[in-house]
Write a protein that binds this ligand. Structure first.
Ligand SMILES: Nc1ncnc2c1ncn2[C@@H]1O[C@H](COP(=O)(O)OP(=O)(O)OP(=O)(O)O)[C@@H](O)[C@H]1O
Ligand SMILES: [Mg+2]
Length: 245
């Protein structure tokens, strides 16, 4: 039985002044499905994710979520609909501690008081990073004092914790070591088990082939094609990315 797509992108286009970043892009994403978005630098991958998450509005085309046309004016509206993102630049608040970042926009308040319940946020944050094996000194550590890999771990922990419907991952393991990458890939598989739909951007074709159900190739803003991962190979994908046969 065909399920209803969670996300439908139809004929999406994004223009920045004279630059066409994404042209006529269409894709359906189903619950529990992992689609990898690949393409060289500047192909339009991050722009596409930002249109889904409400950071940018498409110049043209439609985005539907569970059949309903949506037009988010900012990322918090997408978040309210169960969409979480790990941005390429991570989008963490550098001056704030880890626990505040994990609760950004969803801070806990003391019962009946307009005061932050820091104790309970710290406690939950500590548990979360331990569960996900993100090695940081403490949930109270300030983001700017963490390493690149630790920051990436925090951004991923936040997104995987809150994602209910859809998670958009822009190079989530680019700064991670081998062991940490393996852990993140396990988390992604667990999200799939929870029926969350996943769109992942990665320059690692090994990772793309390990994780994805389908692979979508972009080249200079153009959608080159979509392949079922089980029915293609690296040679075909590389040829699609580069345009060289
Ligand atoms: N805010 C912006 N203003 C103007 N041009 C932009 C903006 N964002 C992206 N672009 C342009 O759109 C094109 C696509 O950029 P995008 O960041 O989506 O590429 P990408 O596929 O994510 O590349 P990378 O693999 O390097 O991250 C590029 O030519 C880029 O210069
Ligand atoms: Mg990018």
């Amino acid at each position: 039985m065909e399920t209803q797509p969670l996300l439908e992108l139809s004929h999406i286009r994004k223009q920045f002044g004279g630059v066409v970043a994404v042209e006529d892009f269409s894709l359906d994403l189903h619950p529990g499905e992992i689609v990898a978005l690949v393409g060289d630098n500047g192909a339009g991958k991050s722009t596409l994710i930002k249109m889904i998450s409400g950071v940018y509005q498409p110049t043209d085309g439609a985005i539907r979520l569970s059949g309903e046309t949506v037009s988010f004016t900012d990322a918090s509206e997408a978040r309210a609909r169960g969409i979480e993102v790990v941005y390429q630049d991570l989008a963490l608040a550098d001056q704030q501690p880890v626990y505040m970042n994990l609760f950004l926009g969803r801070e806990k308040l003391m019962k009946g008081l307009p005061l932050l319940d820091r104790r309970s946020m710290v406690k939950e944050a500590q548990q979360l990073v331990e569960d996900l094996d993100v090695r940081i000194p403490s949930a109270k550590a300030t983001i700017r004092d963490l390493s690149g890999g630790q920051r990436q771990g925090i951004a991923i922990a936040r997104a995987t914790h809150w994602a209910k419907q859809l998670i958009l991952l822009d190079e989530p393991t680019a700064a991670l070591g081998v062991a940490e990458t393996a852990k993140v890939e396990k988390q992604i598989a667990a999200l799939k088990e929870r029926n969350v739909a996943i769109l992942i951007i990665s320059h690692s074709l090994d990772q793309v082939f390990r994780l994805s159900d389908r692979i979508c190739v972009l080249r200079r803003g153009q959608q080159i094609g979509i392949r079922e991962t089980a029915k293609t190979d690296k040679n075909e994908i590389v040829a699609m990315i580069t345009g060289v046969n």
